[in-house]
Design a protein around this ligand. Structure first.
Ligand code: AMP
Length: 465
């Protein structure tokens, strides 16, 4: 069977019972823009009908004031999406909407379904017609194949068919549902916000940083295997599936989530600093300064500096305004690509022994360019330290990690990588150190990108793919 590789990084939001539902969803998506930059969308619920606005681009580009005005109603769900290997099509923009037997249904999904191709073929054979190429449409088709007057019954039946990662928001004509796969790969959190009249809005988001922006309080995670819904009668929750373990994505803590979020019950900023501290314990080296690759290595570099006592400096300055419409110069200027974004400053680096910290090393191309620039800025020694173990496997659960052939640590020894990136030394955090730092058990997490232990069957997406 031909396998596609959708690696979708996404963020979802849901707002129930707020006079500003669509505007709060918009702000929540804004706070979660890092989870997806290719498309954004909101579906609101007004008098049993759905109103949809979605488009390609950043949240701020997709929504104008008039669009938010049009998204009336006290309930809304929203989505931001990024996909490298999937086409960047408007038909893939979410929430996906359909009119089913019992009225309108909208789905916003974060995560990858690993048995999507098996399900898609089965559904096609039964006559389903697909418009989009993302996994999410499968969920809508499964719901439509399980007709029941009660959406919850149809949805639960459907969720049992899915293998892999899903944190979902579903909106019907009268219910808002949040659901998470039984292993809890991707985050999903519940919060609440007081309305001006003293009533409460229920909010759900991929990351708690969305709550901070809209002034909501964090309550708890949606549990792995939990289905949580709100309707006119109030709030309800049920564990529709149980699992003896969880498989929270460790990469959310390493790179993906915002540092000001609480993910899987832990502050991301706190864990990143702890990874840096552990890195310093495992890999000490004499040096004059510790510098981060901004912004991804900042928290880990702070931790490294605190643990080692070596001063933290901002040796590389990042230009935050590099947009997607940047015009490449005609003449090739050496290292231009990375320099427009990251500029090492000799005031910090000249004649220094430098430890440079990044959160992860994937293909090695970023590190190679950065180390070259650090040397041009006059550094005497450059020691590259990575606040994660070597990335040796692709992700099948919703992080855009490339295939094995492009993962340098799957192909080369640490010494070969050191030589390729041009560092005086290279070290990584150990897998044991990673879990020691986060102070939680290894089997609570999926670390397949580091240890090759995929917690679900892969349905043909084998580890080398
Ligand atoms: P590379 O040049 O391929 O080694 O990329 C490493 C850099 O990419 C690091 O600075 C990481 O912070 C960043 N990175 C790691 N994973 C991802 C991802 N899934 N999406 C975007 N950037 C990433």
């Amino acid at each position: 069977m031909k396998q596609r590789h959708w690696r979708e990084e996404c963020g979802v939001i849901g707002i129930w019972n707020s006079p500003d539902a669509a505007r709060l969803a918009y702000l929540g998506l804004y706070a979660m823009q890092h989870r997806g930059q290719e498309s954004a969308g909101i579906v609101s619920l007004h008098q049993g009908k759905h109103i949809t606005h979605k488009g390609l681009g950043l949240v701020g580009e997709v929504f104008q004031d008039a669009d938010l005005e049009r998204l009336t109603g006290r309930t809304a769900i929203g989505h931001v999406r990024y996909s490298t290997t999937g086409e960047n099509l408007i038909s893939n923009a979410q929430p996906l909407t359909a009119t089913l037997f019992n009225g309108p249904v909208a789905v916003a999904h974060n995560g990858n379904i690993v048995n999507s191709e098996v399900l898609r073929q089965e559904l096609k054979r039964q006559g389903s017609i697909f418009h989009a190429t993302s996994d999410t449409e499968i969920i809508l088709h499964l719901i439509s194949k399980n007709p029941s007057d009660d959406l919850l019954v149809s949805l639960k039946e459907s969720l049992h068919r899915l293998e892999g990662a899903f944190s979902l928001m579903v909106l019907s004509k009268d219910i808002m549902v949040a659901a998470r796969d039984p292993l809890g790969f991707r985050p999903l959190v519940l919060g609440r916000k007081e309305n001006e009249d003293g009533s409460w809005a229920r909010v759900v988001a991929s990351e708690s940083c969305a709550f901070d922006l809209i002034g909501a309080e964090y309550d708890r995670e949606v549990k792995p295997g939990e289905i949580f819904w709100v309707d006119a009668s109030g709030e309800h929750s049920e564990l529709y599936a149980e699992s003896p373990r969880t498989a929270h994505c460790i990469f959310e803590h390493i790179y993906f989530a915002r540092p000001d979020s609480v993910v899987f019950g832990e502050s991301v900023y706190g864990t990143r600093k702890a990874f840096g501290r552990q890195l310093a314990k495992e890999n000490p080296v004499e040096a004059d300064v510790v510098i981060p690759v901004p912004d991804s290595g900042v928290a880990a570099a702070l931790g490294y500096s605190m643990e080692s006592g070596i001063p933290f400096e901002l040796g590389i300055i990042r230009n935050h305004y590099v947009g997607r419409t940047f015009i490449q110069p005609q003449q090739s200027i050496r290292d231009f690509g990375v320099k427009i974004k990251l500029n090492p400053q000799s005031a910090v680096l000249k004649d220094k022994r430098v430890i440079v910290i990044d959160d992860s090393l994937v293909r090695g191309t970023t590190s190679r360019k950065i180390i070259n620039l650090i040397r041009q800025a006059g550094a005497r020694e450059v020691h590259l330290k990575i606040a994660a173990p070597p990335t040796t496997g692709p992700c099948h659960y919703g992080v855009d990690t490339p295939q094995k052939a492009q993962l340098i640590a799957a192909q080369q020894s640490i010494e070969q990588i050191r030589s390729y990136v041009g560092a005086d030394s290279l070290s990584y955090l150990s897998i044991e150190g990673l879990f020691k730092a986060i102070n939680r058990g290894h089997n609570e997490f999926c670390a397949a990108c580091f240890d090759g232990k995929y917690p679900t069957p892969l349905f043909g997406h084998e580890a080398g793919a």
